[in-house]
Unconditional design. Structure first.
Length: 179
């Protein structure tokens, strides 16, 4: 099968030209345009809950919350994580798509996408040097936490069903993350 590989610039030009509808649920992964999984009610609730739990970091201007928007990891990969905690910028990234070095934490919420998030997206995040990734597993009611990126993996990985998560000094109970 012949595949055509796209860059982030190609991807954005297609969207600007109307080739990709504005509301299309697609992301660029290793040069390929990939359809994202549909979002269910529990997934939506989890993302909203995470926004609420992490919002104090934005209020304190320690970070910016980005919800289901692009994060440029490389010229060929621009996924749209469910939530990204970005370094704070006064202009709210008005002039550029946030890049890997801007990300403090990436969160993926998985009800039907767990395997894809762990086997496709997680290695991309590690390779790009994202310091911490949480994958919220709605099927098994746990949060997979990955830290210390090394190559295409993470040096530290754990699955939590209870306890606390911590980011930028904010403590987040695992049970509150799960809707």
């Amino acid at each position: 099968m012949l595949r055509y590989r796209f860059t982030s610039e190609d991807f954005h030009r297609m969207a600007e030209a109307g080739i990709l509808p504005e509301d299309a649920r697609v992301e660029l992964v290793e040069g390929e345009i990939v359809t994202m999984s549909p979002v269910g009610k529990r997934h939506m609730a989890a993302v909203k809950r995470l926004m609420d739990l992490l919002f104090p970091l934005q209020q304190a201007r320690k970070a910016l919350l980005q919800v289901q928007d692009p994060l440029r990891l490389s010229p060929e990969s621009e996924p749209q994580p469910d939530l990204t905690l970005l370094s704070y910028r006064e202009n709210f990234y008005r002039d550029k798509v946030p890049e890997a070095e801007d990300a403090l934490l990436v969160i993926e919420v998985a009800d039907t996408s767990l395997d894809y998030d762990l086997t496709v997206k997680l290695p991309l995040y590690a390779k790009a040097g994202i310091p911490e990734v949480w994958v919220v597993d709605l099927v098994r009611d746990r949060v997979h936490v990955f830290r210390k990126p090394q190559g295409e993996g993470y040096g530290e990985a754990q699955a939590l069903e209870e306890g606390e998560l911590s980011v930028l000094g904010l403590k987040v109970p695992v049970k509150e993350v799960l809707p």
